[in-house]
Design a protein around this ligand. Structure first.
Ligand SMILES: Nc1ncnc2c1ncn2[C@@H]1O[C@H](COP(=O)(O)OP(=O)(O)OP(=O)(O)O)[C@@H](O)[C@H]1O
Ligand SMILES: C[C@H](N)[C@H](N)CCCCCC(=O)O
Ligand SMILES: [Mg+2]
Length: 234
């Protein structure tokens, strides 16, 4: 019997606070209807200290929506309390993060036998890990299919195009992008049209200001997302 290959989806964005968690949760919400979905927030910075355990809100939301019964430490193995650049948080504690370590942690998720592993990045595409490494190195090592969330605001054209170029230069494919409209923007549609011309990837949805991920999922193209997540047989 040919083995089904686990699909690796990586949600990145034009910046921090751009809507990665909201969109990632919306995608998990769609995919868990027919698939086993594991989630991964490899590195977080900005956590609550709950009786000594660092609890990251993004990881918690993803864990609650996924369907592989993962403990929180497997969703978010590297956590820092302060909401700052993670490698700087690591430095203040005399710790180091590297891409191979993140890749090894990712590989351990195979024990949950998922159809899809959805990873939420931290910050934007070129998040430094320290020592000249980046979270994008992990994405390369694990052959991720990238979903780019664009926070629709003035300045997003440059941010989106630079992110897209960097992902492509890293040899990875942007399998789709999402226009996330957190706040009103003048000429929003014109900006979306402009981006559609440059980004050679399907627009998975235009998400307006919503209350939660379930609402957001109603604005995503479910068929396209199912198609992206479909595993090819080896
Ligand atoms: N479409 C939207 N409508 C309303 N609020 C939104 C929308 N998208 C994101 N938000 C809110 O904006 C904030 C930032 O979004 P989110 O946490 O998803 O960003 P992020 O890219 O995951 O950030 P981080 O880099 O910290 O992981 C959150 O409070 C979220 O609820
Ligand atoms: C604290 C924040 N919400 C994220 N968890 C970390 C964002 C790091 C951004 C680093 C940078 O690119 O400058
Ligand atoms: Mg997030």
């Amino acid at each position: 019997m040919p083995r089904k290959k686990t699909k690796h989806l990586f949600v990145t964005a034009t910046d921090t606070d751009a809507g990665k968690t909201l969109v990632a949760c919306a995608i998990v919400n769609i995919l868990t209807k027919a698939r086993k979905v594991a989630v991964f927030k490899p590195i977080s910075a900005g956590c609550d200290n709950v009786s000594g355990q660092l609890v990251n809100h993004d990881a918690l939301q993803l864990q609650q929506l996924a369907n592989c019964n993962q403990p929180l430490e497997s969703v978010n193995p590297v956590a820092f309390e302060e909401p700052i650049a993670p490698h700087i948080a690591a430095q203040t504690l005399g710790q180091k993060i590297n891409a191979v370590q993140v890749t090894d942690l990712f590989k351990s998720l195979d024990s949950f036998a998922p159809d899809v592993i959805l990873t939420e990045g931290a910050g934007g595409w070129r998040l430094p890990l320290g020592g000249g490494q980046f979270l994008s190195d992990f994405a390369k090592q694990t052959e991720q299919h990238v979903i780019l969330v664009v926070n629709m605001k003035l300045g997003c054209l440059n941010h989106a195009l630079l992110s897209y170029e960097a992902i492509k230069r890293d040899g990875l494919t942007v399998v789709g992008w999402v226009a996330n409209c957190i706040v009103p923007m003048d000429y929003q549609q014109e900006n979306i049209t402009e981006l559609s011309q440059y980004l050679d990837a399907p627009l998975l949805g235009v998400v307006p200001n919503v209350e939660n991920a379930e609402q957001a999922s109603k604005f995503l193209d479910k068929d396209l997302i199912e198609q992206i997540a479909s595993s090819h047989e080896e």
